[in-house]
Design a protein around this ligand. Structure first.
Ligand code: B12
Ligand code: SF4
Ligand code: SF4
Length: 383
């Protein structure tokens, strides 16, 4: 390995990255799968992925930085799998679940900050100063495919990148730089073999059999990207998940408990909120309380209104009668039609008989078309 590459690698690991790999800024091996995925309309609701600039950049990544010579892929393994498994097993009827990454400080900032430290280091040993651009979770860059291209692991059937050492509970970023480094060799290992645990466990059947997913059926998409009401037929399948979903990773036999915990500590990431949440108390959160709890986490990308919508789905799925009175109040008084429609659904899901009169009465005064249609559907009236 050349000396510069060795120094960069050592510094990245010292900074707390779990792995680092090097590749050319070339078209990645699965560009055509991505292109087909877009043409088949699997990206519905993630329309930015089908935009020309994204397709152009994924087709030819070199357009993203003038004179780019190398892509450095960086990853952090972040999850305490033991805790996540315990949480999922012990979650109570009146609790909701957040995905594990949602309980950390926002990873976009974390990775960006660490990448800046790495750039400073490189500038200290390289002359002249480098030009670089860092991407994390960014549409134009196929981050998983660059990780694969640099020999760091492979893409599993759940469509996530899997590192043989750290599993899939990791987050990726790509640093484009304008100097040459020897690319790493691709590793063709694929330990998914005959396993299909993720495909079978996915509650919404979102996982295709070609290592991609139907984004619009994925609970992660439904709870973090959907802007209006969540499609009727998928609400019950969301279960108790309020933000994101970890199921296809929890069931994956390749996720290792020890390595992830050790790495989370090394990178200096501390879980800042717990992933089990009390549905009733969060239902009463003011906007201010919501911001106070979630502003530093990835949950903050959701408005309070959409977070409340997600809580209501989990509340409906809890089947607990304890929520009836607060829901009644929301149904009649909340200013948002998204919230009133989802509340009507939650009431009917908890107890269709008991909710019938409440919904009929609401219909007499409700003016929102969407809410009226929802109620009519729930009580079996034609529109
Ligand atoms: C859009 C997006 C989503 C969408 C769509 C996800 C998807 N799988 O397409 C939604 C909102 C649903 C989502 C959910 C999640 N996401 Co997301 N998401 C992205 C984003 C921004 C783009 C992904 C994308 O382009 N999808 C379109 C598909 C077609 O392209 P692709 O995923 O790259 O597809 C590859 C494979 O399908 C593969 N492939 C296809 N066919 C074949 C065939 C063979 C034989 C092989 C080997 C491979 C292969 O090649 C394709 C090209 O790389 C990336 C960041 C990035 N820029 O890469 C993060 C990213 C993928 N997400 C991430 C995470 C953490 C999640 C969640 C786990 C969050 C959660 N806990 O709720 C879930 C997991 C859902 C899942 N099972 O994929 C991480 C994944 C880390 C990892 N280990 O892979 C990423 C990389 C963000 C990051 N910076 O770390 N996400
Ligand atoms: S994140 Fe959840 S809903 Fe999405 S593919 Fe995985 S198991 Fe299915
Ligand atoms: S659960 Fe099985 S098939 Fe799915 S990603 Fe893990 S090893 Fe591969």
């Amino acid at each position: 390995m050349d000396l510069l590459k060795e120094k960069i690698k050592a510094e990245a690991l010292r900074l707390g990255f779990s792995f680092i790999g090097f590749s050319k800024p070339q078209q990645t091996p699965h560009f055509h799968q991505f292109d087909t995925w877009i043409k088949e309309g699997n990206h519905n609701g993630l329309d930015y992925l089908g935009k020309k600039y994204v397709l152009d950049a994924r087709y030819q990544p070199a357009i993203l930085l003038e004179n780019v010579k190398t892509v450095i892929t960086l990853g952090i393994a972040f999850c305490n799998l033991e805790e996540v498994q315990e949480t999922v097993q012990q979650v109570k009827m009146e609790q909701g679940l957040l995905a594990s990454y949602a309980c950390l400080p926002d990873y976009h900032h974390l990775l960006k900050e660490k990448s800046k430290e790495l750039i400073t280091f490189i500038n200290g040993i390289q002359s002249p100063s480098i030009k670089s651009k860092f991407f994390v979770d960014s549409g134009p860059v196929m981050e998983k495919d660059f990780a694969y291209l640099s020999g760091l692991g492979w893409i599993g059937k759940n469509s996530l990148f899997i590192s043989p050492a750290f599993g899939s509970f990791c987050l990726l970023g790509c640093l484009f730089v304008d100097f040459e480094l020897q690319p790493d060799n691709r590793d063709e290992t694929d330990l998914c073999e005959n396993c299909e645990a993720c495909i079978q466990a996915c509650p919404t059947g979102a996982i295709n059999n070609n290592r991609t997913i139907k984004a619009s059926r994925c609970i992660s998409f439904l709870t973090t990207n959907t802007k209006g009401v969540i499609p009727f037929e998928l609400r019950q399948k969301i279960g108790n998940k309020v933000f994101g979903c970890d199921i296809c990773q929890i069931v994956c036999p390749l996720n290792s408990i020890e390595s992830n915990t050790v790495n989370q500590k090394k990178f200096g990431i501390k879980t800042i909120i717990v992933n089990r949440i009390d549905l009733l108390s969060e239902l009463f959160f003011s906007e201010k309380e919501y911001i106070a709890k979630y502003s530093r986490t990835p949950v903050a990308k959701l408005s309070h209104e959409l977070f409340l919508r997600n809580l209501l789905i989990a509340i409906g799925n809890s089947g607990s009668i304890k929520f009836f009175d607060p829901l009644r109040n929301l149904l009649n008084n909340h200013p948002s039609p998204i919230i009133r429609a989802t509340t009507a659904w939650a009431l009917a899901t908890i107890d269709s008989e008991l909710s019938k009169d409440i919904l009929l009465n609401t219909l007499k005064q409700e003016t929102g078309v969407e809410v009226r249609n929802e109620i009519k559907k729930l009580i079996g009236l034609s529109r």
